[in-house]
Design a protein around this ligand. Structure first.
Ligand code: FES
Ligand code: FES
Length: 155
């Protein structure tokens, strides 16, 4: 079947099998390997992208379901003026180790701060509760998101 979707502001048309998952379309067809694929059970959250401005696990979405929709991946997080604040804060606060969960953490953080500019630690932890980090113990991830919120409140 033919699908057309917008990814990071750019339109793509592809012939795909109806069973193709969005995560595989992004990685294998469009070369956007910042979206990670970490499990077969929809548990890890490494595959999170935005679809029409809402974070979704792209391993639970068929590529066909994304037709006509807007998708944003971690490659689309950086703006015209440089890295997004969440990217800067994760770097400054050591919010990552291996980095496997990081694209999903960044997109989820950006979504959280867009909807709640001053989240409590509890709200931060709730927002990332669908994402598994196998390295950091989450402390520096929470610190990074709080740092991003603080920096954005100064603007
Ligand atoms: Fe693990 Fe999607 S790849 S939840
Ligand atoms: Fe390694 Fe999160 S930094 S899984």
């Amino acid at each position: 079947m033919q699908i057309t979707l917008s990814v990071n502001g750019r339109e793509h048309t592809r012939e795909v099998e109806p069973r193709l998952l969005l995560v595989h379309l992004l990685r294998d067809e469009l070369g956007l390997t910042g979206t990670h694929w970490g499990c077969d059970t929809s548990n890890c959250g490494a595959c999170v992208v935005w679809m029409d401005d809402v974070p979704v696990k792209s391993c639970t979405v068929l590529a066909a379901m994304a037709s006509g929709r807007r998708v944003r991946t971690v490659e689309g997080l950086e703006g015209r003026f440089g890295l997004d604040q969440v990217q800067l804060s994760f770097t400054l606060c050591h919010g990552l180790q291996c980095g496997f969960c990081t694209p999903a953490m960044l997109l989820t953080s950006r979504w959280l701060l867009d909807h709640n500019p001053d989240p409590s630690d509890e709200e931060i932890r709730a927002a990332i509760s669908g994402l598994t980090c196998r390295c950091t113990g989450y402390e520096n991830i929470v610190r990074s998101i709080r740092h991003a919120a603080e920096q954005e409140s100064l603007r």
